[in-house]
Ligand binder design. Sequence first.
Ligand code: P1T
Length: 381
Amino acid sequence: MSYKFATKAIHAGQEADPTTGAVMTPIYQTSTYKQASPGDHKGYEYSRGTNPTRKALEDCLAALENGRFGLAFASGMAATDTVLRLLKPGDEVVTGDDLYGGSYRIFTKVYEQYGIRFVFVNTADAEEVRAAITPKTKLIWIETPSNPTLKLTDIKAVGDIAKENKVLYVVDNTFASPYLQNPLDLGADIVMHSATKYLNGHSDVVMGALILNDEDLYKQLWFYYNAVGGTPGPQDAFLALRGLKTLHVRMKAHCENAHKIAAFLKDHPKVDKIYWPGFTDHPGHEIAKKQMRDFGGMISIVLKGADLQETFRIASRFKVFTLAESLGGVESLINHPATMTHGSIPKEIRESVGVVDNLLRLSVGIEDVDDLIADLEQVLA
Ligand code: P1T
């Protein structure tokens, strides 16, 4: 039987514990498992590779993304690293020009030194992706909506290009979450998540995930997952599994609050520019309507006439929003991408895609929206 999203979020991958009947999946705090004779075990040998709490989480994540296989990692970056290990020197990757700073950093500072070439294009224009593909291209990696300027890429259009060229296609679905979009249904081979964000939702765990359908590819990724060992412990897996149970409720509230805050900020005299895909004049609005169920909880703004100092002053004056890296938790956060999350991207490169010194990124939480708007009002006054 196939269940709907909310039912899967609460139950997928989880059965009452066979030994005690515990309704909640226990935290299997063990590194190893007894074998009756060598190789004769219950499917669990050593917790770097397999752990029942983590397995329940992985199965739940797979169900939410409409995938067959899930893999959880100790961070989003560990998940990204595991995908990149599929590449060989000489291979090329086509990716977006607006990405999380850490993704840009692992591409350029870690993998370029092993002879892998990364080509950064505006993936919002699928034709730019097509034009960047060469016989050496092995991977297309996109983020949509992108971090932090909320650019929309047509997942299916780029997926068609990937398929035509037999190139592996990864979608970082961190900003949308599976509640808002399911890239596997639109042609992605792998969905990547920073589970630190909406999936866990409470800013108390760092975790990553990959979800996919192809069994051979799953086996290749599982090899690196186990061989390299960037896998999370059972306590974090338990917390993420607990967080997932309210994903649908939280996402609905994030989206509702973001609608109201975006409307408040749109014509504010201190706001020069606002990025939020729910506006009909956002260049990706039609794509968002096509592939997302709502517009998400992330908003970025460019402050009118503010230099770095003034931007810092404004960013430091919030009372309900907290100035901090990360996003997707129940609490509202404000972030200064240029010096915080995207500080590892050279200034000219980040500025060319709009990550300017007076850009602030809001992760709209699920507090009372009147208090959030009042906070923005006092800060921008
Ligand atoms: O932080 P970690 O769980 O390792 O995930 C990395 C990552 C990957 N992809 C996207 C789109 C992300 O936003 C992130 C992490 N981002 C932040 C910490 C941030 O504040 O943007």
